[in-house]
Write a protein that binds this ligand. Structure first.
Ligand SMILES: NC(=O)c1ccc[n+]([C@@H]2O[C@H](COP(=O)([O-])OP(=O)(O)OC[C@H]3O[C@@H](n4cnc5c(N)ncnc54)[C@H](O)[C@@H]3O)[C@@H](O)[C@H]2O)c1
Length: 255
């Protein structure tokens, strides 16, 4: 029996990085995974096949910054499997490291649209479904936050977007604590993913400030290390853990 045996799971941002490693791990742990991303995920299925274990992954293409995607992914889970058990709201983008005086409207909108509104749209649909499933069933949410929610690792738009995710996580845990809904987040430090490749060019002043923190960061994590932490929060092993921000930064923010 896997740790997520027969659990119906949604993972957003599953084409790359932390989301991809999480989708694969969940499938290996017996989960029925709906993998959501704006980019194609064909190689995810290839890799799952190579793992050799029985796996179940359905791909769904969608932009997390649109409320329609949140509705469609929960509908897909319910239409296919009759319920939803676990949702990992992980898709996210970086900003250009600008401090507030230099942050453009476009940058604020681009980052908050995916990192904050996207997570809110997903959580709203997931919680509606969990509430509809009844208090004895409920469900689990794991949001991918960032140490940037509490430390100045990025520019104004990104840290604000992740600060909101942290508040949303705690608010949801509190609101539904009697409804069998658990809501936690993981906060990665530095992880080896595609994010530095896809992020916009860094602002010189802003990066000059934030890069000073890199002296304390130590070795970067691999996406699989984050997936293990997400699995813990998604599974019954953390059944009494609610409203927590699990920092996975190797000690970076202990200074
Ligand atoms: N890598 C790090 O060092 C780090 C540190 C802290 C937090 N995080 C957070 O981890 C999460 C995952 O990032 P990652 O490092 O794996 O990055 P990544 O770029 O490797 O993967 C992110 C995935 O999200 C998808 N995505 C982005 N915007 C989307 C949208 N609008 N709709 C649907 N899918 C979308 C991308 O296509 C990609 O597959 C993000 O929320 C990020 O903020 C990462």
């Amino acid at each position: 029996m896997g740790k997520l045996q027969d659990k119906v799971c949604i993972v957003t941002g599953a084409a790359a990085g932390i989301g991809r490693a999480t989708a694969l791990l969940f499938a290996q742990e017996g989960g029925k995974v709906i993998a959501v991303d704006k980019n194609p995920m064909d190689d995810l299925l290839e890799e799952a096949k190579e793992c050799g274990t029985q796996y179940e992954i359905i791909q769904m293409k969608g932009d997390i910054g649109s409320p329609d995607t949140a509705k469609a992914m929960v509908k897909l889970a319910v239409d296919t499997y009759g319920q939803l058990d676990v949702a990992v709201n992980n898709a996210g983008v970086m900003d250009d490291n600008t401090a507030i005086a230099d942050t453009s409207d476009e940058m604020m909108e681009q980052v908050l649209r995916v990192n904050t509104f996207g997570v809110m749209y997903c959580m709203r649909e997931e919680c509606k479904q969990y509430l509809a499933q009844g208090e004895d069933v409920g469900g689990v949410i794991v949001n991918t936050c960032s140490v940037g929610a509490s430390h100045q690792t990025s520019g104004a738009a990104y840290v604000a977007s992740k600060g909101a995710v942290l508040s949303l996580t705690r608010n949801t845990a509190f609101m539904y604590m009697d409804h069998h809904i658990r809501c936690n987040c993981v906060s990665p430090g530095g992880v080896v993913t595609d994010i530095p490749i896809t992020m916009p060019p860094s602002d010189e002043f802003g990066f000059g400030r934030t890069s000073q923190l890199l002296n304390f960061s130590g070795e970067l994590a691999m996406p699989e290390e984050l997936a293990d932490a997400i699995l813990f929060l998604a599974s019954d092993q953390s059944r009494y853990v609610n409203g927590v921000d699990l920092k996975c930064d190797g000690g970076w923010t202990c200074f």
